[in-house]
Design a protein around this ligand. Structure first.
Ligand SMILES: *Cc1c(COP(=O)(O)O)cnc(C)c1O
Length: 454
């Protein structure tokens, strides 16, 4: 059997990327700089109290390739290269002439791509002698990934988990604790930020923005402690570039190049990682793939947000980033794709979107779960609700190809599995999933809170 007939295009371990690729090196224009609390362009040193120094430097780097240390490769090799899979059964079921490939990042205990950045973030902190890490987690994937990495490098970890997610996903909390992490429901009474939010609204069920405020506050008020963030940041997109670098090699093995690349977008890290080398080709004019970000209608940062300076957290204690945002006070409805409930978007992807290098669309939850179950039945992988946003769009594109007769090559990112999302699937099976989109008035309230940056 030739490789072209294969379902799984596996890359040998020896082909694992040795360097991360930094998309910023090839951007025609850089994202606008972060602003520090004094509203001046921030420097790497401004981030030293929050992030490990090496990570702060990566945040500002425009170097094209950054070496992956051996101590990190050691862990990557336990679950990478991840498979690229041709979704033949799905193609057949959809009767599409399109070829559908997906890059699957769910093949590790944390169940998502998040481990790709959790490992380097813990590593650089450990190397600097940091003895305590804090973070937030929404759906639980980031907290789980970080718990795995923190346990491996033996660094104590406190996770502020969005309350609604902790209630929907008790097993996520259990797995983090199994790897030795301390898990607190956010908003909690352990920080000023959390106490303030609870005083205003005792029934507040939390959001990523709030949990970030708590984790950052805990990091800066605890000695020798630092904060780690699983998405949005330039350093995270850098680490996630391993996804795209591998996918590009795997497609080369079967003489393919994608016409369309699709990923779900919460803070933008799995999409940013998947598209990195393809965007490089697009920026240099070598190729022109269509790139589509898919977000929930309930949290439409790209499709209905503003491109403006905003805080990365609800408590307004982080530096400001220029990004597509719904306002840091915007709390999206409690949809099941918890990892897509962030008010902002990666500054790198925001800039590329603003400059017309990628498009975005928002999809409703019910359509997402329909796609998730359809995909699961044909491809045997139960997808994370977040990832199923990408599946929805990939299926829609494949159906469009059926109608137009075009045999396009579609690549989408399957960022994680849904084995911890069974409460969501139960609701879907009972036909209890409801669609939600904020009204213009709700969005205006979020925009009204945007900081006034001259
Ligand atoms: C966290 C998460 C996302 C969303 O985060 P991005 O930074 O936008 O990738 C998507 N899919 C899965 C499975 C996740 O865990």
């Amino acid at each position: 059997m030739s490789l072209k007939d294969a379902n799984r295009i596996n890359l040998p371990e020896s082909e694992i990327p040795r360097q991360w690729y930094n998309l910023r090196a090839d951007m025609k224009e850089q994202p606008d700089p972060y602003l520090n609390p004094a509203m001046r362009p921030a420097k790497a040193e401004d981030f030293f109290p929050i992030f490990a120094e090496e990570l702060a430097r990566q945040e500002f780097s425009t170097e094209r390739f950054i070496e992956i240390p051996d101590e990190i490769l050691e862990i990557y090799k336990m679950y990478r290269p991840s498979p690229l899979i041709r979704a033949r059964q799905l193609e057949r079921a959809l009767k599409t002439p399109a070829k559908i490939y997906f890059k699957y990042e769910g093949n590790n205990t944390s169940g998502s791509h998040k481990l790709n950045s959790a490992v380097p973030q813990v590593y650089y902190n450990k190397k600097q002698g940091i003895t305590n890490l804090t973070t937030e987690t929404g759906a639980g994937q980031w907290g789980t990934a970080l718990a795995v990495a923190a346990n491996y490098y033996e660094v104590p970890l406190t996770v502020y988990m969005v309350k609604i997610s902790a209630e929907q996903k008790p097993y996520r909390k259990a797995i983090m604790e199994t790897f030795g992490a301390k898990v607190l429901k956010s908003p909690s009474d352990t920080t000023e930020a959390g106490r303030g939010i609870l005083a205003a609204d005792p029934n507040n069920r939390g959001s990523l923005g709030t949990a970030i405020s708590e984790a950052v506050e805990a990091a800066v008020t605890t000695p020798n402690s630092r904060y780690v963030l699983g998405s949005v940041l330039n350093q995270v997109l850098l680490h996630q570039s391993v996804i795209g670098l591998e996918a590009q090699k795997q497609l080369e093995m079967v003489d393919e190049y994608p016409d369309i690349i699709i990923g779900c977008a919460g803070g933008g890290s799995n999409l940013g990682g998947l598209i990195a080398p393809f965007m490089r080709d697009k920026l240099s004019g070598k190729a022109n793939p269509e790139i589509i970000a898919v977000e929930p209608t309930a949290c439409p940062s790209f499709t209905r947000g503003r491109y403006a300076y905003d805080f990365c957290d609800t408590g307004k204690i982080t530096p400001l980033a220029k990004m597509y945002t719904l306002g840091c006070g915007f709390i999206p409805s409690s949809i099941h794709a918890g990892g897509l409930r962030y008010h902002g978007m990666s500054p790198i992807l925001s800039k590329l979107y603003h400059d017309g290098y990628l498009s975005a669309r928002a999809v409703y939850q019910t359509g997402v779960f329909e796609a998730a179950v359809f995909f699961a039945k044909y491809e045997t992988i139960l997808p994370a609700p977040e990832s199923a946003h990408a599946i929805r769009a990939a299926m829609d594109e494949a159906i469009r190809c059926r109608k137009s007769g075009e045999a396009k090559t579609i690549l989408f990112g399957l960022s994680g599995h849904g084995n911890f999302d069974l409460a969501a699937y139960m609701e879907y099976n009972m036909k209890k999933i409801v669609d939600y989109a904020p009204s213009d008035e709700e969005l205006e309230r979020g925009f009204a809170g945007l900081p006034d940056v001259k």
